[in-house]
Design a protein around this ligand. Structure first.
Ligand code: KIV
Length: 288
């Protein structure tokens, strides 16, 4: 049975931490779910870790739908969250609802996620009223990276910290079932977490959040453009892959791959008959 938002709320109520991972394809989805992550986020980070862009801005709704459909189809337990990309919910609440509905219907995700605090409360309320659960996302908003001026910690002074508290309350009041806190000072994230009834999921927001989210490729050192300070690389899979691929290329170049172990035999009779026929055909051709 797939987890629901009620199960996620029960985890917060029971004081159990929630583990969320990003996933973009069958491999990352199966590995993430197999590891026990309760939530899988098909994030627009796919623009950076899958498509090779410098930001998440070029990601379209069709891109997220393509990846989210795979993740939802191959998993059975984790709650699958589909990210709403740049400008797919900012023009009007109606545009947001139409696009959230596409994500639910075409990709079969269980919930959507969108970036934005207080100003997006009416949009969240409109989507939730239509029966689509929304995960909010406040703090650093990567889709606004050009306006913010880079990947930097948010809410460090009194004014912006107060705004983040207002954002958190506003998205909860609008009906969001959870909220991502990205690049928020740990004490502020802990304060927000204590104040909210809905779970907070942190990324670069300290241990006081109800849960954590990390990007699959960051955690496994598969993304090497840069290593975010909030990431712990649990394994050097990128290095392992590079070594394995180099060994393959070396073996092919040296004629050491494939060996008999990776090859398929043919019975000696069939081979002899084939060679015989072939030789006779050659003889006939040379006598003409
Ligand atoms: O797109 C994404 O993967 C995200 C996480 C980093 C929270 O929004």
């Amino acid at each position: 049975m797939r987890l629901t938002i009620r199960d996620i709320h029960k985890l917060k109520a029971a004081g159990q931490k929630i583990a969320m991972l990003t996933a973009y394809d069958a491999v990352s989805a199966r590995l993430g779910e197999g590891a026990g992550a309760q939530m899988l986020l098909v994030g627009d980070t796919l623009g950076m870790v899958i498509q090779g862009h410098d930001s998440t801005i070029p990601v379209t709704l069709d891109h997220v739908i393509y990846h989210a459909e795979i993740v939802a189809r191959v998993t059975h337990k984790a709650l699958v969250v589909g990210d709403m990309p740049f400008m797919t919910y900012k023009i009007s609440a109606e545009q947001a609802l139409t696009n959230a509905a596409r994500l639910m219907q075409e990709a079969q995700v269980s919930t959507v996620k969108l970036e934005g605090g207080e100003p997006y409360a009416p949009t969240i309320a409109r989507i939730v009223a239509a029966g689509i659960p929304v995960m909010a996302h406040i703090g650093l908003l990567p889709q606004s990276i050009e306006a913010v001026g880079g990947f930097r910690v948010q809410g460090k002074d009194l004014e912006t910290a107060r705004q983040l508290l207002r954002d958190a309350r506003a998205v909860q009041d609008a009906g969001a079932y959870a909220v991502v806190l990205e690049l928020v000072p740990a004490p502020l994230a802990a304060l927000i977490t204590a104040e909210l009834d809905i779970p907070t999921i942190g990324i670069g927001a300290g241990a006081g959040c109800d849960g954590q989210v990390q990007v699959f490729h960051d955690l496994l050192a598969l993304f090497d453009a840069f290593v975010p300070r909030h990431t712990k690389q649990y394994a050097q899979i990128g290095a392992l892959i590079r070594e394995a691929l180099a060994a393959y290329v070396r073996d092919v170049t040296a004629g050491a791959f494939p060996t008999d172990e990776q090859s398929f035999s043919l019975s000696p009779e069939v081979l002899a008959a084939l060679t015989d026929t072939h030789n006779k055909a050659d003889d006939n051709a040379s006598h003409r």
